[in-house]
Design a protein around this ligand. Structure first.
Ligand code: BG6
Length: 363
């Protein structure tokens, strides 16, 4: 039942404030400025012993893992890297005792991710799950983990599970940060930022009508480029994935820094760009990139915090600012709306895109 919404996808986009509240519920510890995650099954000594984190998932679960890797590196200063589970399992991976493996899956049933978990365990590695579905195959196979409690996700394209996964990683990163050297002041800053997320998601969703209009305009191009730097880069990747999945508009994501090393050749009036531009230390660099696109007559839609000079972007979607480390979680939301309304404008089968399944349980 879509409860009055035209599709499950838009219903689930709107469910995100509640989903995030449930992911956070009972887990933010303001007294010690940390996160409580009993299901990790790691005591503080074990949590300190890991030297690296490797995150595995498929599709949107992999992209949310990229946000997770970034959060863990930023807050805990532990080297962290995400990789598609589907690739990892086929390459006879080296499993290290001082690496913590984390598998990400909404359904908990994706075969490639399950096979990666089994391969890690077979070789004696420690693997945690960030999973939505309680009691699923991946959850059962892992040594511990974090449930999202995002609620059932019906639409094939993941939205609320993606956002809740990023929030779960913020909790994991805060917890690991505070057993290492993240200061109490920074811990408190992140706790406050996490608590502000649901209200800020509501603010972004209130801008839906304007985003729908922009989406209908941009949908009629043959393709779109998505760019971002560092914190904006996984957001750009997921934004492109969402657009491809539900609207079938070709979308390519590139790190903004890489544009001049190849794909700038594609830029012109027929290929608009979505630029993900958080207000951080890279904002000037991002504006320069947008200027380079504009100089080649490419149309730019900026998603960020501060209205750009019109010479850098024709259109902008501005969202509320949280803490720099948590901003990527919010920057993804307008891109979901953009993909959804592009798909609606093109009359696609929004909840069941051609050729895709909600979870791929076969090899
Ligand atoms: C894909 C789905 O096949 O599996 C994606 O179409 C999803 O939407 C991916 O992100 C991973 O699924 P899960 O359940 O493991 O998160």
């Amino acid at each position: 039942d879509t409860e009055g919404h035209a599709h499950y996808l838009i219903k689930e986009i709107h469910e995100q404030p509640g989903a995030v509240e449930r992911t956070l519920s009972g887990r933010v510890d303001e007294r010690f400025a940390t996160a409580h995650l009993g299901g990790l099954n790691l005591d503080a000594r074990e949590a300190r012993a890991f030297r690296r984190v490797k995150i595995l998932g498929c599709g949107s679960a992999y992209y949310s893992g990229e946000l997770g890797a970034q959060l863990i590196e930023e807050l805990a200063r532990i080297p962290a890297h995400a990789e598609p589970a589907s690739e990892f399992r086929y390459r006879n991976p080296v499993i290290e005792a001082d690496t913590l493996y984390i598998a990400v899956s909404q359904s908990g049933e994706t075969y490639d991710t399950l096979a990666a978990v089994q391969e890690i365990k077979r070789k004696g590695g420690r693997v945690l799950g960030v999973v939505n579905t309680v009691g699923s195959a991946i959850a059962r196979e892992c040594d511990g983990g974090v449930y999202l409690h995002a609620g059932p996700e019906i639409s094939v394209a993941s939205t609320k599970a993606f956002t809740s996964t990023a929030v779960a990683f913020a909790l994991i990163a805060l917890h690991f940060g505070r057993v290492h050297d993240l200061s109490p002041a920074d811990g408190r800053r992140i706790c406050a930022g996490l608590k502000a997320l649901p209200g800020q998601i509501r603010e972004i969703l209130a801008d839906e009508d304007r985003i729908a209009k922009l989406a209908a305009e941009y949908a009629h191009n043959a393709g779109m480029m998505f760019v971002g730097r560092v914190r904006g880069w996984p957001v750009a990747r997921e934004g492109a994935q969402k657009l491809k999945e539900v609207s079938y508009v070709h979308a390519e994501a590139y790190p903004a820094s890489e544009l001049k090393h190849g794909p700038l050749a594609l830029i012109g009036p027929e290929l608009p760009t979505v630029a993900v531009v958080p207000d951080d230390e890279l904002v000037e660099k991002n504006l320069t990139t947008m200027g380079e696109i504009r100089a080649r007559h490419g149309r730019v839609l900026m998603v960020g915090h501060t209205a750009p000079d019109p010479k850098f972007a024709e259109d902008a979607i501005l969202i509320p600012k949280n803490e720099p480390e948590l901003d990527p979680i919010l920057l993804g939301i307008p891109l979901q709306l953009l993909a959804y309304y592009a798909a609606v404008a093109l009359e696609r089968d929004v909840d069941k895109p051609r050729n895709l399944a909600k979870s791929v349980t076969v090899e």
